[in-house]
Every structure is written in structure tokens, then in C-alpha cells.
Design a protein around this ligand. Structure first.
Ligand code: PLP
Length: 332
């Protein structure tokens, strides 16, 4: 249920076009997103009800938010008659992994511009699987990667459709907004939403899709005060009232993909008590942030929270048992 009629209509138009694509049925990607209650003692103790959006169960490879950010971009690429998709990511990028799988299904070629060293392909299951789907890679230094992030058109060529890192463009945001459309429940009954933030594309889309009285908590997986400014800028562009959003830049636990013992034992404890698997890069930190906000009563007793499980469990293989941080994962 969306409050803004024009947005709803735009999404409905894209969705009916998407229905024409055999890729959906071929991959078994469903339209509906499951929402289920998340019973957990601590939530009960604070009188807060939390429901979980199971975007993690969408597909084993194109997990969570990645499908939503990519789907309208795929349509646009087809409209433009492009024969190649190009995007950017790190060596453990869930985004490139999902893109490789979708491009293979659509029989379009795909190029991943990867921040890192060539030798990573052989040892990295994410890159290896993407390569097996036919993705080719261009490995660039961190410095070059940053330059390209600011000017992706340096990679432009005829028939090539460019997708920024993390799928963060207007169609990515619109696709993320469509997650709300796929919920099939009355979202206006929630007081809060909560989701992990990388590029902030999913966050921006959800913010656009949710009614403004649902305050959306974003939890940055990256370190740095710049994130607050970047998200504030996005919110201003989208005309989001200040009271409708809240970003934590304090729950990254040392930086992107940084893990520690207490995060890992929380993930284990949470899985044992709820049956829900989280991963340490995004969703584990986001859930800990939610708990922190509930304990601080920033999310007060009586609140009803919609937590978006954005997936990412395939990237867990970046962590060797018992989930040691992988040295290849760069600190942003
Ligand atoms: C990629 C990813 C995110 C970040 O999404 P953005 O739209 O870039 O903010 C969050 N959670 C998971 C599990 C992801 O894989």
C-alpha cells in the first residue's frame, strides 16, 4: 500500500512491463514479499512489536534488496536496446553477483568493474560464480575505482548500459520503493521501519514508498560522518520531512565488514532463538542497532517496527569459520 498515487502508478506500470519478461518466471522471483512476526524476548520486555520482511528468502543468489534495485534498470536496458550491462563493486559484492545471474537469465552480457586484484577470482566464490554466469571483470585500483564512481561515464560505450555501484540510481530507488508495493499488508500500522544502509539506495526507496508517519531507521554499514551528509542530501532531494527518517552512523562496529566476537555471538544467539539467520556485514549490525534504539527507548514501548531483512546471506562465505573477517574485504 502506497500513499502517493503517482508513485504507485509509476511502479504499477513498470511492474506490468516486468510481467512480460520471462526472466521472472525462469528465476522463480516472486512478486509478493512475506512479512512475519519476529518474536524475541527482548522486544517483548520493552513492549515493542517487530515484524520481519523476508526479502532474504526471495532467491538464493539474487537475494534481498538487490533484485529490487536492479529490475527496472534491466527493463530500461532492454528498452534502450543495450546488449551489455556494466556495474561496479568490491570483490565480495552481492550486487555484482546478483547482476551476473540476472544478465545470464536475460542473455545479456555483463561486465563487473571490480576494486581489487585479478587473482581474487580463483579464490573468491562470489567472483567465481559470477564468472561462471558469464560475467567478465575489469580489475582496477582503489584510486581508479573512486574516480570511476564519480564519473562512471568514463566506462560508457555503444550498447552498454551503466549501473552505478550498488544499483544506486533513480530506477534503483524506484525499484526499492516497490518493495513496499510488494508487501501486501497495511504498512500504515507501523510506527517505524528499519533497514541496513550501504549506498543508501534501498533506504531512499523505502523512505519514498512508506507512509511518512512511519519513521525509517537506517543503519550505516560504513564508517564515517560523510554518510550522514550523503543520506541527508538524498532525503532533501526526495522532500522527506526531517521527522520521517533517522540514520545511525554509530553501529558499524569499526567499519565496513568489520566483525567482532560479540557481533558473531549475537548472530548465533539470534538464530538459535528466532530461527532467523543474519549476516555480519549489514543485517546483523542493523538488528543490533534496532535493539540499541529500543533499549534507549528512542523507539518507545508500544511501537510497531517493520524490519527489512535485506538478505546478503550468500556473502557469508567471505567469512571463514567461525566467521573470521576476510582480509580481502576492504575497509571503506
Ligand atoms: C547491498 C546490501 C545492503 C545495502 O543496500 P544499499 O541499497 O546499497 O544501501 C544492505 N543489506 C544487504 C544484505 C546487502 O547485500
Amino acid at each position: 500500500m502506497l500513499p502517493h498515487a503517482p508513485l504507485t502508478e509509476t511502479i504499477a506500470a513498470y511492474e506490468s512491463e516486468l510481467d512480460q519478461l520471462p526472466v521472472l518466471s525462469a528465476l522463480g522471483l516472486r512478486h509478493e514479499l512475506v512479512v512475519e512476526p519476529l518474536p524475541y524476548k527482548l522486544f517483548d520486555a520493552y513492549g515493542v512489536q517487530v515484524d520481519l520482511v523476508r526479502a532474504d528468502q526471495l532467491h538464493p543468489v539474487i537475494s534481498g534488496n538487490k533484485w529490487y534495485k536492479l529490475k527496472y534498470n534491466l527493463l530500461e536496458a532492454q528498452r534502450q536496446g543495450c546488449h551489455e550491462l556494466l556495474s561496479f563493486g568490491g570483490v565480495w559484492s552481492n550486487h555484482l553477483h546478483a547482476l551476473a545471474c540476472l544478465a545470464a537469465a536475460l542473455k545479456i552480457s555483463a561486465v563487473g568493474v571490480v576494486r581489487g586484484e585479478e587473482h581474487d577470482v580463483a579464490t573468491n566464490p562470489m567472483l567465481l560464480e559470477a564468472a561462471r554466469q558469464g560475467m567478465t571483470f575489469e580489475f582496477v585500483s582503489r584510486q581508479r575505482f573512486r574516480q570511476l564512481r564519480d564519473d562512471p561515464f568514463a566506462m560508457a560505450s555503444v550498447g552498454r548500459y551503466l549501473i552505478p555501484e550498488g544499483g544506486d540510481n533513480p530506477l534503483g530507488v524506484l525499484g526499492a520503493a516497490s518493495m513496499v508495493h510488494c508487501l501486501r499488508c497495511d504498512v500504515s500500522r507501523y510506527t517505524h521501519g528499519a533497514v541496513a544502509v550501504g549506498t543508501g539506495c534501498t533506504y531512499a526507496g523505502l523512505r519514498l514508498g512508506l507512509p511518512s508517519q512511519v519513521k525509517l531507521l537506517g543503519v550505516s554499514a560504513l564508517k564515517g560522518a560523510w554518510m550522514q551528509r550523503a543520506i541527508a542530501e538524498k532525503m532533501t532531494q526526495l522532500n522527506v520531512p526531517e521527522a520521517s527518517w533517522l540514520l545511525s552512523t554509530q553501529h558499524h562496529r569499526g567499519g565496513f565488514a568489520a566483525v567482532d566476537e560479540s557481533l558473531l555471538s549475537f548472530i548465533t544467539e539470534f538464530r538459535d532463538n528466532t530461527g532467523v539467520a543474519l549476516e555480519p556485514v549489514y543485517t546483523g549490525k542493523a538488528m543490533l542497532a534496532l535493539i540499541d534504539f529500543i533499549q534507549q527507548q528512542i523507539i518507545p514501548s508500544g511501537s510497531r517496527v517493520l524490519f527489512i531483512h535485506s538478505g546478503g546471506l550468500q556473502g557469508l562465505r567471505g567469512f571463514k569459520p567461525p566467521l573470521e573477517p576476510n582480509p580481502d574485504i576492504p575497509d571503506e
